[in-house]
Design a protein around this ligand. Structure first.
Ligand code: ISE
Length: 366
């Protein structure tokens, strides 16, 4: 399991943030999935997040789940995710299993009244995600936070705050670029939208604090690695108020992992700088490290995301981003897939936001 760098919030294994609780009153969390993402969540919860502990982990891979349980100080091991979610020793859940499992597992958490941080996408279709929104509305409370960790990335938050401050004038255009080193085997154009571009669709909504009314997607296959599938997609969005977004998603970029945004305002722009790290001058040249993947680039964001989630559970505050954000991004994603198929712009049915989610401006910043 990857060992994130950075200082712990604990000294000698004791939660400095939890001493006030007089011992082990930390929220016992169950982590579903112990692959790269689940492993990162488990490790951050165990080593860097105050107020919680990894009480249990579940995965069908017995070797992998056993190693992560050991890394987390002897967490309970489950082969079945639902059994772990139902266990009395688990009071909150992180879902980092494959995308098709998300909706069912979130529903189980809602049925039991257990707060859940679900990795994106919330579901694999807008219809599935709507079922989760409807379940929360029926219960009358929000228990779901969606793993759009860019909303906790210090660079993205800085751009958001500048855009929201009015310093660059009215934001009129969102630009995003999202480059993965290598496309996984066997995925298709729809996967690129639902699994990868979903981050950028959420970022566009969040940064401009607006809903999307039309999409137009064009693309191409750059390497032949997934014949006929669009591993490079150019997504154009028109918001309900006429403002615009353009997003490049390239999941077979080859050189490394790179994500950035720029908000163009009426009188200026704000954008995420290249990742920190030395720029080396040597032999009449410049070099700078490029991240390998999202775990490298967003390690700090995952830690902050988990810490804010734990704090929202402790305080009873609203999780953010919530199930509505998860659903709204999938409504746009569905229209993107329709546009890929039709080759034309597609309208996005802007759904009516239920009262439970009213006032939750996507402009919430930290
Ligand atoms: C992956 O699941 C992530 O969430 C990464 O943030 C994203 O960059 C990548 O494209 C996804 O496959």
């Amino acid at each position: 399991m990857r060992v994130p760098s950075g200082e712990h919030t604990k000294q000698n294994g004791v939660d400095v943030g939890n001493e006030r609780r007089g011992g082990d009153e930390r929220i016992p969390v169950g982590v579903v999935g112990t692959g790269g993402m689940g492993g990162m969540h488990a490790y951050c919860l165990h080593r860097k997040v105050a107020g919680a502990r990894v009480a249990a982990v579940s995965d069908v891979d017995a070797d992998r789940v056993g190693k992560v349980a050991e890394e987390c100080g002897g967490a309970a091991v489950f082969g079945d995710a639902v059994e772990m979610i139902r266990d009395g020793g688990v009071e909150a859940v992180v879902i980092a299993s494959p995308d098709p499992t998300h909706a069912e597992l979130v529903h189980e958490c809602l049925r039991l009244g257990k707060p859940v941080l679900c990795e994106k996408p919330l579901a694999t279709s807008p219809e599935e995600a709507l079922g989760i929104v409807e379940a929360e509305v029926e219960a009358g409370r929000k228990l779901v936070q969606v793993g759009f960790m860019r909303r906790y990335d210090p660079q993205h938050v800085d751009v958001k705050n500048v855009a929201a401050s009015g310093a660059i004038g009215e934001p009129v255009l969102f630009k995003g670029w999202h480059r993965n080193a290598r496309i996984p085997a066997g995925v298709d154009s729809g996967w690129v939208v639902i699994n990868a571009a979903i981050h950028d669709l959420d970022s566009a909504r969040w940064m401009l604090d607006a809903e999307v009314r039309e999409v137009f997607v064009r693309g191409l296959n750059t390497t032949g690695s997934s014949v006929g599938e669009l591993d490079l997609q150019l997504i154009q969005l028109t918001f309900a108020d006429g403002r615009l977004a353009t997003i490049e998603v390239n999941v077979d970029a080859g050189f490394g992992y790179e994500v950035g945004v720029e908000v163009v305002g009426a009188s200026g722009t704000a954008y995420t700088a290249p990742p920190s790290g030395a720029t080396v001058r040597l032999d009449r040249g410049f070099t700078q490290k490029v991240d390998g993947d999202w775990l490298d680039r967003f390690e700090p964001a995952y830690t902050i995301e988990l810490q804010e989630w734990v704090r929202s559970i402790e305080s009873g505050g609203p999780p953010s981003p919530d199930a509505w954000d998860g659903y709204a991004s999938l409504v746009v994603a569905g229209a993107c897939i329709a546009s890929i198929r039709s080759g034309k712009p597609e309208a996005v049915p802007v759904p009516e936001r239920p009262g439970l989610y009213a006032g939750e401006a996507t402009g919430v910043t930290r």
